[in-house]
Design a protein around this ligand. Structure first.
Ligand code: IMP
Length: 429
């Protein structure tokens, strides 16, 4: 069996949605394994655009889709999303969607705490305010409400009491009103019958898929530089986004994650706060943002833009466990007379070929650039190497050399068909 795991290899928003949709066409099952509705994937199919957040991209093609145990699930948001895509003609029923019974829930009090903290902090993290961090805290704090708990309404009051004993202390500290246990119980009771039909076992589904020789696509959210361990801490999300998390977050052997594709944008963007050494706060940065339509799918925030940092991607490939990359949005670089690649950093007069772990050092890094000649012809919509200008091919080859991984796929527009396949990730290596 050949499975594929897809992760973001920069700060997110690399264009994973399109590639996952393209790959899910060739898969039998699609699985989310971390994150929550902080993620946003845009999928364009013909004249339809789907904006997915919690739903695995497999639903677009009617493929069996699993929200794994590693995901934190805002069930209200999930139902809204199911209704929204239903309006666009996609039927998401328990026949295709399974929600892992052991996934933790994101509750309204998590969203509130996320927002209270962001508003009070002198150094903001720039979170999506979806309650993701507080929900993961409750998971590891062993006081979370899980999907399976919606099947046992009688057991909920005791679980809510344990949870609120913790939250009400925090809320008091922010001068906020205590959380209302009765109201939370009522809203969980109300939503339970709508969610329960989707609840199932991720590990058992995947075991059956393995025995049946099915191809599974594991769909990452966010990206390695936002990983709780390997990212630009503390300006990160609260889950592991590296490929290994696909195993823990779905209930499979690490050997089953298959080929790992890292999605890499031809330049760099970031939403939220935190260090970004190649950020361009000038007309070039503006131009990248405009041409790449760099606005957050979830929050609508303007993304910060800068040149490609091979030094970062080399690192995320190693730490994230990436076998090959998909390079996206090459067409955004069309028409730039010259293009810069960040090949290292200078820190207090010393050269570094990696991102140091210390946040203060990260903030002081000065990029070291290599400059390449640009191309004037369009790469937009190219479907073969032959259609690419020579300098665009040179850029791609130089990227491969610098990051130490091959380009398996090249994406040249948001359209599903504008993809050049160099290596088939579903074929066993
Ligand atoms: P949180 O995940 O909402 O806690 O936000 C923490 C950091 O991760 C912030 O910098 C967010 O902007 C960033 N982040 C979370 N989800 C995404 C995503 O899907 N794409 C890009 N950045 C994200």
């Amino acid at each position: 069996m050949a499975n594929v795991t897809v992760i973001g290899a920069q700060w997110g928003d690399e264009g994973k949605g399109k590639i996952i949709d393209w790959l899910s066409n060739r898969a039998d099952m699609v699985v989310r394994f971390q994150g929550g509705n902080n993620a946003g994937h845009t999928i364009v199919v013909g004249d339809k655009t789907y904006k997915l957040s919690l739903l695995p991209s497999g639903v677009v093609q009617g493929k069996r889709s699993i929200i794994g145990n590693g995901v934190v699930v805002d069930v209200w948001s999930l139902l809204d999303e199911i209704e929204r895509v239903g309006g666009a003609g996609l039927k998401v029923t328990p026949d295709i969607l399974v929600l892992a019974e052991n996934a933790e829930l994101v509750l309204p009090l998590h969203r509130e705490l996320d927002a209270l903290r962001e508003e009070a902090a002198s150094q903001k993290l720039g979170t999506t305010k979806r309650g993701i961090g507080p929900a993961y805290e409750d998971k590891v704090g062993r006081r979370a409400i899980r999907a399976i708990d919606l099947k046992d309404i009688a057991g909920l009051p005791a679980k809510i009491e344990r949870l609120l004993a913790h939250h009400n202390v925090l809320r008091k500290g922010f001068g906020a009103a205590e959380a209302d246990a009765g109201a939370l119980l009522e809203s969980l009771k109300e939503i339970a019958p709508k969610i329960v039909p989707f609840i199932g076992s991720s590990w058992r589904e995947l075991d059956a898929a393995r025995r049946a020789g099915k191809r599974v696509l594991f769909e990452g959210a966010q990206a390695v530089l936002l990983d709780i361990d390997h990212g630009t801490y503390p300006f990160v999300t609260s889950s592991n986004t590296v490929a290994g998390q696909a195993a823990a977050g779905a209930g499979i052997s690490p050997r089953q994650i298959g080929t790992v594709l890292g999605i890499v944008k031809s330049y760099t963007t970031r939403v939220g706060e935190g260090p970004f050494p190649t950020e361009l706060k000038d007309a070039t940065g503006e131009k990248l943002g405009e041409r790449g339509r760099e606005f957050g799918t979830v929050t609508g925030r303007k993304r910060r833009c800068g040149w490609f940092a091979s030094v970062l991607v080399r690192q995320t490939i190693i730490a994230g466990g990436v076998d090959g990359i998909t390079l996206t949005k090459l067409d955004v670089l069309d028409g730039f007379p010259e293009i810069k690649l960040c090949v290292g950093y200078e820190l207090d007069g010393k050269m570094l070929d990696y991102l140091p772990a210390d946040a203060n050092e990260q903030a002081r890094l000065k990029p070291i650039y290599e400059t390449m000649e640009g191309w004037s012809d369009s790469t937009h919509g190219a479907r073969s190497w032959a259609q690419l200008p020579a300098n665009a091919i040179k850029y791609v080859r130089r990227v491969e050399e610098l990051i130490g991984a091959p380009v398996a796929l090249l994406s040249t527009s948001p359209d599903r068909d504008d993809t050049i396949m160099v290596i088939d990730p579903f074929v066993d290596r």
